[in-house]
Design a protein around this ligand. Structure first.
Ligand code: ZN
Length: 361
């Protein structure tokens, strides 16, 4: 298997490859157009492919590009699974909903966030209730998102962030940022002020295709945390819940849970998995984020801050804009054959484990 051929250089290339493979594998393709365009002026969309009988008792849900730019990896894993004949190997009575680019705007524009600067994986909170507080982020918000992005401003703001890390620990700094926040729309890891377009489409698709299933295995493909090329399976359900126990059983001892302190991820709220939990009331849901390592966390955070500045204050088409886009892509996608081989092999193995677990559920 040549893994590299499956990983797209652009959103459009990934979407086209996914569509062709989904059709070739007998999938029913559903295209949900996004109201905006990509940077090349081209149409963008969520593309969902359904495999198997309607309303199956058990179903796999495989999602890419929750964090836009991470779709280079996620799209590659999805196409690799289709090309490897994944749908044909599903056990009888098991269906699969494969959603390509749930955040197509972020993928097309090489951004982690949606068109409204929202972290989609923090957006699935109840906006009618008081929103989660993040005083740690509030304390460093000005340094995280400065008005200028020069060598001087980077040095000055980095000093503030490193000071925070010295006082509270490096993981506390990561948690202050990655934990998500709902007070700074111009900051990073902003969970939004209302349900995002992608959230509404995601729950519509889940209802339509999985609403009558009694067991659902959700795998959300992510990048940006952990050792180069390693895929960490992270449970999106709290320790002691049936979903977390099933995930441990299905995915093995490598499975981590942020609440248990054994994950590279901080504890986060408002995830797609939490949204599904509320939506699919009849299903036993087993939610896992497969998180691949790319670059060290400080480099990833720097890229996110640069991109945040670029879209608020800078010029995406300038030389500096292109350099920042390159920086963002590298932070969430390693364009190297060895990385792609490890990533795809891991994805295929984890999807197999999820499907095998479903078959026993
Ligand atoms: Zn992610």
């Amino acid at each position: 298997m040549n893994a590299s051929e499956h990983f797209p250089a652009s959103y459009a290339a990934g979407r086209d490859r996914f569509r062709a493979l989904a059709r070739a594998e007998g999938g029913a393709l559903h295209v949900l157009p996004h109201p905006a365009k990509g940077p090349d002026g081209g149409d963008i969309s969520i593309d969902a492919a359904w495999f198997g009988p309607p309303d199956p008792a058990r179903a796999l849900l495989l999602v890419s590009a929750t964090h836009g730019v991470e779709g280079h990896c996620g799209s590659g894993c999805q196409s690799g699974w289709l090309a490897a004949g994944g749908p044909r190997r599903l056990p009888a009575g098991v269906g699969a909903l494969v959603i390509h680019a749930i955040n197509p705007h972020g993928f097309a524009w090489t951004r982690r966030v949606t068109e409204d600067n929202v972290d989609l994986n923090r957006n699935f909170v109840d906006f009618d209730q008081p929103l989660p507080q993040n005083p740690a982020y509030d304390a460093i918000a000005d340094a995280v998102a400065p008005r200028e992005w020069t060598a001087e401003s980077r040095a000055a703001t980095l000093k503030v962030l490193l000071g925070y890390a010295r006082e509270h620990g490096e993981f506390a700094l990561q948690g202050a940022l990655q934990g998500g926040q709902y007070r700074h729309p111009g900051g990073i890891f902003f969970g939004g002020a209302a349900p995002a377009w992608s959230r509404r489409r995601f729950l519509d698709l889940a209802n339509r295709f999985l609403g009558r299933s009694r067991a659902v295995a959700f795998i959300d493909l992510h990048t940006g945390l952990g050792p180069y090329g390693y895929g960490e399976p992270i449970s999106m359900q709290r320790p002691g819940t049936p979903g977390n126990t099933r995930a441990r059983d299905w995915y093995g001892k490598e499975l981590t849970t942020p609440e248990s302190g054994d994950s590279k991820s901080a504890i986060i709220v408002g995830t797609l998995g939490q949204g599904l939990e509320r939506e699919l009331k009849n299903a036993d849901l087993t939610s896992m984020a497969l998180e691949y390592g790319t670059q060290p966390v400080p480099d990833v955070m720097l890229a996110l801050r640069a991109d945040n500045w670029l879209h608020l204050h800078g010029d995406v088409g300038s030389a500096q804009g292109r350099a920042i886009k390159r920086q963002v892509r590298d932070a969430f996608y390693q364009d190297h054959d060895d990385w792609k081989e490890k990533v795809l092999a891991r994805a295929l193995d984890m999807i197999d484990r999820g499907v095998a677990g479903l078959a026993r559920a």
